[in-house]
Design a protein around this ligand. Sequence first.
Ligand SMILES: [Zn+2]
Length: 262
Amino acid sequence: MYKIIPLKQAEISVPLSLVMMMGDARTIVTGPVYVWVIDGRDEKIVVDAGIQEPHNGLVQGYPVKGGGEKGLRSALEKANVRPEEVEKLVITHLHFDHVANAGLFHNARIYVQKREWDSALNPPMHYRRTYDRNLILPLEEMDLCLVEGDVEITDGVKLVLLPGHTKGMQGVAIETEKGRYLIAGDQFYTYFNIFPPKQPLELTDSAGNKVQIPAIDLPFLPTGLHVDLSEWYNSCFKALSYVRRRNILPGHDPSLEGSTFP
Ligand SMILES: [Zn+2]
């Protein structure tokens, strides 16, 4: 049985409007970029490859701390993993903060959805800056495996196509001794997206200011970034067909740092 270890590779600051649809674009919040180790059998499996090192403090215009090869190695070290020993690398989607250091996984088979690959090389106009061809094209020279749909890559680890955030995003469903978990990629950034607040609540932004969030009467709270909101909603319910709501692991929630699941 597997354990799942989210490891912080960097921190990125983004407008709240990106984290939750209709959020205040003037409020800047800071969250982690994770790489994930699926620990269990002899085989080493990693999900996502983090963000590049910032130039002048920025990546694609967003303030970033950490990142790059150094950030990746020190994150994986906490789980005693070196990128060269990894046999399987799953890239949930090809956004710049999920794929940047894939080139360090020389010996890994790399799993990307074919739909994601095709779309990343010809993205919808509004989302061009979420993809960086310089990070994506080198994967062609590696052991790249383009999959279509839901595919079990080893006993107890299944790729699950979850389109909406991007055309071909995938989650990873993992069997553990406490049931199945889902690494959800950016289908959900935070637990707010999975459990919309039933009562008004207060957030702290990256400058330390308090921000009021109203109660939200929706089954799921969309993120501010999606190529197809209807597909996104379908993917929410597809996720629930795989796992219990509380076993969904969001892509950028600060509370995951230091935890192991189960
Ligand atoms: Zn993304």
